[in-house]
Design a protein around this ligand. Structure first.
Ligand SMILES: Cc1cc2nc3c(=O)[nH]c(=O)nc-3n(C[C@H](O)[C@H](O)[C@H](O)COP(=O)(O)O)c2cc1C
Length: 207
């Protein structure tokens, strides 16, 4: 069976606008793709490993082209588990709100944990090679404001960052569904959630 890893970066559970949209994506996805299993990774509940000096030292060993050894290998056990969980998926769904023009710190911490040399990318004579190949990603996001036009567009560090970092590791087939603005009145919020839900369902049907 193929696996869709659903990475959740909002702590708001049933109150979450983002999850209202990804919920619709998943309903259609499960209906149309019975041969897939959906695994949830809620970053707001998971105790993610922190990047201590020892763990960071391990990163530099790998960047130097060497393998982890002794205490560094031990310190990296939980990082490797997260990397394996990520790479064992065939596709990804990320549910994330915008926080301070970018992503919540839990998602950033997760990215800092899994984006590692030798595992997700490597340096070759021709430059960087992303090692996560032929995998799709859907990002479902919501934002208080609207970053679609004018001066606000320059404040969107969420979509460009996610495209850059996951593109760096080889995931270039990334589709975004964005519900915005969410915090400019209840009518607008309702309308934009419905619109994003429709887009998410279409995307799931075509997946
Ligand atoms: C800590 C925090 C920071 C936020 N920063 C922004 C921001 O920079 N821009 C924005 O448009 N909305 C911002 N918001 C609003 C959320 O993006 C918005 O309410 C979103 O719909 C919340 O999604 P959720 O209900 O799935 O958690 C912020 C909300 C929180 C809690």
């Amino acid at each position: 069976m193929k696996k869709l890893l659903h990475i959740i970066a909002t702590p708001r559970g049933e109150e979450s606008r983002t999850l209202q949209v990804s919920g619709k994506f998943l309903d259609t996805f499960k209906e149309k793709h019975a041969d897939w299993v959906v695994e949830e990774l809620d970053l707001t509940r998971e105790v993610l490993p922190s990047l201590t000096v020892k763990r960071v030292d391990g990163k530099y060993v790998l960047l130097g082209g060497k393998d982890l050894f002794g205490g560094l290998k031990e310190a990296w056990e939980d990082i490797i588990l997260h990397i394996e969980r990520f790479t064992s998926a065939d596709a990804y769904l990320i549910s994330t709100p915008m926080w301070n023009f970018s992503i919540p710190y839990t998602l950033k911490q997760y990215i800092d944990i899994i984006v590692q040399p030798k595992y997700l990318f490597r340096y070759t004579a021709g430059g960087v090679e992303g090692l996560v190949k032929n995998k799709k990603m859907i990002v479902i996001a919501s934002r208080g404001g609207d970053y679609n036009s004018g001066t606000m567009r320059a404040f969107d560090f969420q979509e460009p960052y996610l495209r850059a970092v996951f593109g760096f590791v080889g995931i270039t087939d990334i589709a975004f569904v964005i519900a915005q603005p969410m915090d400019m009145g209840p009518d607008m919020q309702k309308e934009k959630i419905l619109l994003a839900q429709k887009q998410a369902q279409e995307l799931a049907a075509q997946f």
